[in-house]
Design a binder for this molecule. Structure first.
Ligand code: SF4
Ligand code: SF4
Length: 87
């Protein structure tokens, strides 16, 4: 998940803060597929949720894990119902 403006620092926040319905992962809970090194253990597998494959680093990543958690948690609160149906 690399972009010219927001390279992914592999902080893992986007695998913790959002809910992911296809994984039954509640918001704020670490994804079971997130390794201790903050990589995805099912990267490239068919079972990896589409939302993960299409997630680009952006403004919501902030400048640190803590900032990303704060921003993504806020976004989750705002968008949770609609987002949950699309995974
Ligand atoms: S929150 Fe952003 S920087 Fe952190 S792992 Fe996800 S995409 Fe990468
Ligand atoms: S499946 Fe992989 S990319 Fe998706 S939330 Fe879990 S660890 Fe992150």
């Amino acid at each position: 998940m690399i972009s010219a403006h927001h390279p992914c620092r592999q902080c893992g926040a986007c695998c913790i803060a959002p809910s992911i319905s296809s994984l039954d992962k509640p918001a704020g809970i670490r994804c079971p597929h997130l390794t201790s090194g903050h990589t995805c253990s099912i990267f490239g597998a068919a079972s990896r949720p589409r939302v993960c494959s299409s997630y680009p680093p952006g403004e919501e990543c902030g400048n640190s894990f803590t900032e990303a958690m704060e921003i993504l948690t806020r976004l989750e609160t705002l968008t949770s119902p609609a987002r949950g149906e699309d995974q």
